[in-house]
Design a protein around this ligand. Structure first.
Ligand SMILES: [Zn+2]
Length: 133
């Protein structure tokens, strides 16, 4: 699938080859670059070995183009958002946890939510999905 991922603020492309490029900051204030898989549900993250992320550490994430925070507090302070466009130009919100080790991703359109990851039930339930629409 030839999807594109874009920043919700500046709408520049975040994907390069099969990776999504995100600027990050750990709880110690150290900054780094994270490369996420473009495949939803694939939680492999590439990073420099010196950029430290510990299990359950909250990682702040920013657009590498406009440097704005990608946080989306509608559901929870741990949730970040980017946008996805599929090959038919349909746009989705992609919500994911900024807590390292939490595997949950939500792909949202007006009608539907697709969830990915073993921790998907942690932040979203049927009630707050209805509240969002
Ligand atoms: Zn941006």
């Amino acid at each position: 699938m030839n999807a594109n991922y874009i920043c919700p603020h500046c709408r520049n492309y975040l994907n390069v080859n099969d990776r999504i490029v995100i600027s990050a900051k750990n709880e110690k204030g150290q900054r780094g670059v994270l490369l996420f898989s473009i495949h939803l549900g694939d939680y492999e993250i590439l990073k420099h070995a010196n950029f430290e992320m510990e299990e359950n550490e909250k990682i702040s994430m920013f657009c590498p183009c406009c440097h704005k925070s990608l946080i989306d507090r509608r559901i929870h302070d741990n949730i970040y958002k980017i946008l996805m466009q599929d090959e038919e130009d349909q746009e989705y919100e992609i919500l994911f946890s900024g807590v390292y080790g939490e595997r949950c991703t939500y792909q949202i359109t007006e009608e539907k939510v697709h969830t990915f990851g073993e921790h998907a039930s942690k932040y979203l339930n049927f009630t707050n999905l209805i509240d969002m629409s």
